[in-house]
Design a protein around this ligand. Structure first.
Ligand code: GLN
Length: 491
C-alpha cells in the first residue's frame, strides 16, 4: 500500500487543511486505487468519476477560501441502496439493474452540502438481504483480508471498500446487523445509529421499522464525523427524530483523551458466551472486557432473557415488511420488464418479478406474505411484535444498571465463500448477536480487536437509545491504546 492509503482519517484531514493535499488529488488517487482493488474484491458496482472530480474541485475552492469542517474534501463510498441523483441505484438486483436515481437521499444531500465528493456505489446483498454479500446480482464481494472468504453482509461492499483502502469512509445500512457484521469481518469500525437518528428518505426500503443508515469507516473518529453529518430530523421521513444532534467528533476525541474509565459500568450478558461462539472470538471479547476493567470500568453480569428469540422474531418482522415494501417492483411502475410474451396482467407481474428478484429475496417475500395473510397475522407478525416489545423491556432494564453492553459482533471470523450458502439457518445465525439491537431500536458499534488472529475479530458494544457518544467514545478509547487494531488488510 502506498503511504496515502495507510494514513488515518485525522492525518488526511490535517493534510487537506494545511494544503499538503487537495481533494482533487486525493479523489484521483482513491479512484485509481478503487479501480485496481475492485478487480480483486468486487466491492463496487459503479464509479461516479465525472461528478467526483467536479465535487472535489468545489471542495478545494471551499478549502482555499478558508472553510474548515470535518469531512470537507474527503471522498465517500455509498452502499448501492442509497440514492445519488443521476447515478445508478441497483440495490444489487436485476430488478433495478438500469435504474437511475432521480433525486438524492437526504443523507447524500447532507454529505454533498458538507463538501464530500461521492466516489462510488458499493456492492451489497440484493435489497440488503444477506450476511455474506453472496446474494448480489453483480457477483459476490471478497474479503480483502483473504479473497477466498466473505466480507460479511449485506453491506459487504462498503466494508471491503474501506478495508482495502479505496476510501477512508463509507455508508452502509443495518436492518439486522448489516453494518456491524461486515465491519467485524473486515476489521473496520461500523455504527448502527438509534432508530430515527438518520433519515431513511431516498434509501431503498427493506424493513422500515428496522432499517438505519450508518457510517462504516476506518476508525471511531471518522465514524463520528460521518454520523454527525448525516444525522438529524428530516421532513421527508416522519420516523426521523427531532433529537438534537451532538457534536459526535468532538465528544469522541474527548473520550479518547480521558485518563481512565472510572464510573463506567459495562454489562456482559452470560448468554452471549454459549455454544456456537468460536472460542477464539470469546477469548478476545474477554480480553477487551479485562482491558476496560483495568482502565477503571466495572464489568457487570446482566441478563437479557428474551433476546434468545431474536432470530425468529426478526425474520418474521423483516420478511413481512419486505414483502410489503417490495410490492412496488412490478415492472410496470418501475423495475425489470420481462421480454417474454404474456397473455394477461397477472402473468406479466409474475414474470417480471420472477425474473427480476433473486432466490433470497423471493424467499423473504413468500415468508412475509404468508405471515401477513389474514388468519396468520395474529400468530406471526402480531406475536413477533409482542416479543419485540419484551426485548425492548429487557434492554430498558439492563440500561438502568449499565452504560453499555459488550459482546461479540459475530460468532466467527470471516467464513469461506460458498460455505454457508446452502443452509439459510446457518447463514442467519451469523447475525445472532446483532439482530436484537434493531428490534429494540438502540444504537451499537462494532470495531476491530487487537488480536493475533489472522482474520479480524469484531467487538460489539450496544448502547441505550441516543447513546452513540459513549459507544464511539469507548471505541476511540480502545483504538488509541491499541493502534494495531486499526491495521489495514494488505491484499
Ligand atoms: N443478515 C440480515 C438479513 O439478511 C440482516 C440484513 C441487514 O441488516 N440488512 O436480513
Amino acid at each position: 500500500m502506498s503511504e496515502l492509503f495507510k494514513k488515518s482519517f485525522l492525518e488526511i484531514r490535517k493534510d487537506l487543511d494545511e494544503g499538503a493535499l487537495t481533494s482533487e488529488s486525493l479523489s484521483e488517487s482513491l479512484l485509481g486505487r478503487a479501480q485496481d482493488e475492485n478487480k480483486k474484491n468486487n466491492a463496487l458496482i459503479s464509479f461516479c468519476e465525472d461528478s467526483l472530480m467536479k465535487e472535489a474541485q468545489l471542495a478545494d475552492e471551499r478549502l482555499k477560501s478558508g472553510e474548515r469542517s470535518a469531512l470537507l474534501g474527503v471522498p465517500i463510498v455509498l452502499k448501492d441502496i442509497i440514492s445519488c441523483k443521476g447515478h445508478r441505484l441497483t440495490a444489487a438486483s436485476k430488478m433495478l439493474e438500469n435504474f437511475v436515481a432521480p433525486y438524492d437521499a437526504t443523507v447524500t444531500t447532507k454529505l454533498k452540502q458538507a463538501g464530500v465528493p461521492i466516489l462510488a456505489k458499493a456492492n451489497c446483498d440484493e435489497f440488503a438481504m444477506g450476511s455474506s454479500n453472496e446474494n448480489s446480482f453483480f457477483g459476490a464481494v471478497k474479503n480483502p483480508w483473504d479473497l477466498e472468504r466473505v466480507p460479511g453482509g449485506s453491506s459487504g461492499g462498503s466494508a471491503a471498500a474501506v478495508a482495502s483502502g479505496m476510501s477512508p469512509i463509507s455508508l452502509g445500512t443495518d436492518t439486522g446487523g448489516s453494518i456491524r457484521q461486515p465491519a467485524a469481518l473486515t476489521g473496520i469500525t461500523g455504527l448502527k445509529p438509534t432508530y430515527g437518528r438518520v433519515s431513511r428518505y431516498g434509501v431503498v426500503a427493506f424493513a422500515s421499522s428496522l432499517d438505519q443508515v450508518g457510517p462504516m469507516c476506518s476508525d471511531a473518529f471518522s465514524s463520528a464525523a460521518v454520523l454527525e453529518c448525516i444525522s438529524g430530523h428530516d421532513l421527508h421521513d416522519a420516523t426521523s427524530s427531532q433529537a438534537k444532534v451532538p457534536s459526535f467528533l468532538r465528544s469522541t476525541i474527548a473520550w479518547s483523551e480521558r485518563k481512565d474509565l472510572k464510573g463506567l459500568r459495562i454489562g456482559l450478558p452470560k448468554q452471549f458466551f454459549v455454544e456456537g461462539l468460536d472460542p477464539v472470538v470469546a477469548q478476545e471479547i474477554n480480553k477487551v472486557a479485562d482491558f476496560y476493567k483495568s482502565e477503571g470500568a466495572e464489568i457487570v453480569d446482566i441478563e437479557l432473557p428474551h433476546v434468545k428469540h431474536s432470530m425468529a422474531t426478526y425474520y418474521i418482522i423483516c420478511s413481512s415488511e419486505a414483502s410489503s415494501n417490495l410490492a412496488r417492483y412490478d415492472g410496470v411502475h418501475y423495475g425489470h420488464r420481462s421480454e417474454r410474451k404474456t397473455s394477461n396482467l397477472d402473468e406479466l407481474y409474475s414474470r417480471n418479478r420472477a425474473e427480476g428478484f433473486g432466490d433470497e429475496v423471493t424467499l423473504r417475500i413468500l415468508l412475509g406474505t404468508f405471515s401477513l395473510s389474514s388468519g396468520y397475522y395474529d400468530a406471526y407478525y402480531h406475536k413477533a411484535s409482542q416479543v419485540r416489545e419484551l426485548m425492548r423491556q429487557d434492554y430498558k432494564n439492563a440500561f438502568s444498571k449499565v452504560d453499555c453492553i459488550l459482546g461479540p459482533t459475530s460468532p466467527s471470523t470471516a467464513f469461506k465463500l460458498g460455505e454457508k450458502g446452502k443452509d439459510p439457518v446457518q447463514m442467519y445465525l451469523s447475525d445472532i448477536y446483532t439482530l436484537a439491537t434493531n428490534l429494540a431500536g438502540i444504537p451499537a458499534i462494532s470495531f476491530n480487536s487487537d488480536s493475533d488472529s489472522k482474520l479480524p475479530i469484531g467487538v460489539h458494544l450496544q448502547g441505550s437509545w441516543w447513546g452513540e457518544e459513549k459507544l464511539l467514545g469507548l471505541a476511540a478509547y480502545y483504538q488509541k491504546r491499541h493502534p494495531n487494531s486499526l491495521r489495514k488488510a494488505d491484499s
